[in-house]
Design a protein around this ligand. Structure first.
Ligand SMILES: *Cc1c(COP(=O)(O)O)cnc(C)c1O
Length: 373
């Protein structure tokens, strides 16, 4: 049995032979960034692939979150989830706003809509949920609440590339959705991201904001940021887009193999496909009940490392426990019991398109080996 390292993910890379002619083309054009040829092509191709009307490319997945809050002039308090990557809450902080944490749903790990109303105050202006692991939030219920209280909804859809519900892109929910094209995600442009909105005027405003606020050569309409994607990554992104469907199909096979082989182990809970949802298999989290399984999550995490297998505890620690946020009233662990429970149970197993059955079996063998018999 080979003993090479297995990491939690491995990037989807386009063929170098296909990329080199594009590099030559960029050299010939001498147009490296600022809404260039490949940038325009990729925006069009992504909007079409994802089934959205208006999409703006960004240089990473954090700046679209920050920019979305700017574009809608969000003030005061923003309701969000502690069970996510830190960038979600950081984007609220970077806007000088107050994050208000709401507990999550145990089944999915997503914000629990039934807990949102109790967190609304006269200062609340927006909700920022996350489609954790690519599982769609209860967007209908969230929209109902937003409509009643007059709140904006910005989805952090960094995990939800290509996810559809009954054929409709999940990115069309809410007022805006953000994507990350970081190297570790289902679809990557090395670093990159996008902001999805639903009307032309809003897209125009977003495009000004990601380019210092410039509306034309001499007009600056707002204190914008620089978050432009360059031609190199846009070209790379066009190539990766051609193979992302195949990559998602392969991820599905990996997920099915895990589910089939781990389903009878006591104390291990997995996520399952939801009817009507086209999933992207971005992650493969398992939730470990220490008493039933026989080892704690952390003990299994360490055991896997001994065998050169590197899972990740997404999302542990919770965002609400970090120094910038732990003093907030809503960060009190008594307000977030389910989030704390999942953060202590979760382990994301290696999941990527090129994980072959031999290596996947190495992971499965270790998880089985330490289970109570
Ligand atoms: C990856 C990620 C981000 C940030 O994206 P970057 O491209 O790394 O800036 C934001 N939110 C979530 C939930 C993520 O997983």
């Amino acid at each position: 049995m080979s003993n090479n390292q297995i990491t939690v993910t491995s990037p989807l890379l386009p063929s170098l032979d296909d990329f080199i002619p594009m590099l030559k083309d960029i050299w010939d054009r001498k147009w490296l960034t600022n809404n260039g040829h490949y940038h325009q092509e990729l925006e069009k191709a992504l909007a079409e692939y994802l089934g959205v009307k208006y999409l703006s490319l960004f240089t990473n997945g954090t700046l679209p979150l920050i920019t979305a809050l700017q574009a809608m002039k969000i003030t005061g308090e923003v309701i969000t989830t502690p069970y996510s990557f830190v960038a979600t809450t950081h984007s609220i902080w970077w806007n000088g706003l107050k994050p208000v944490f709401v507990d999550i749903d145990e089944e999915t790990g997503n914000i629990n809509p039934e807990k949102i109303e109790a967190a609304i105050t006269p200062h609340t202006t927006a909700i920022m949920p996350v489609h954790v692991y690519g599982t769609p939030c209860n967007t209908k219920r969230i929209q109902q609440i937003a409509d009643i209280y007059g709140l904006k909804v910005i989805y952090d859809a960094a995990h939800a590339f290509g996810v559809r519900v009954n054929g409709e892109s999940i990115l069309n929910a809410g007022d805006m959705s953000t994507l990350s094209f970081h190297a570790t995600k289902v679809y990557n442009t090395i670093e990159g991201g996008a902001l999805v909105c639903h009307d032309e005027a809003t897209k125009r405003r977003i495009d000004y904001l990601k380019n210092f606020g410039f509306a034309d050569e001499t007009t600056v309409v707002a204190p914008g940021i620089n978050s432009k994607m360059d031609e190199f990554r846009a070209a790379y992104g066009l190539l990766n887009l051609k193979q992302v469907d195949e990559a998602i199909t392969k991820r599905k096979i990996v997920a099915e193999r895990y589910r089939e082989t781990l389903k009878d182990i006591p104390g291990i809970r997995m996520l399952h496909d939801i009817e009507g949802v086209h999933h992207n298999y971005a992650y493969f989290p398992i939730f470990i009940d220490e008493n039933e399984y026989g080892l704690s999550r952390d003990a299994l995490y360490e055991k896997l490392k001994e065998y050169n297998i590197y899972g990740r505890r997404y999302f542990y620690p919770l965002i609400s426990t970090f120094s910038a946020y732990k003093g907030l009233d809503s960060a009190n662990p008594s307000n977030l019991p389910i989030a704390h429970k999942l953060a202590n149970q979760v382990l994301c197993l290696p999941m990527f398109a090129t994980l072959d059955s031999e290596n996947e079996n190495r992971v499965i063998d270790i998880v089985q080996k330490f289970a109570h018999k």
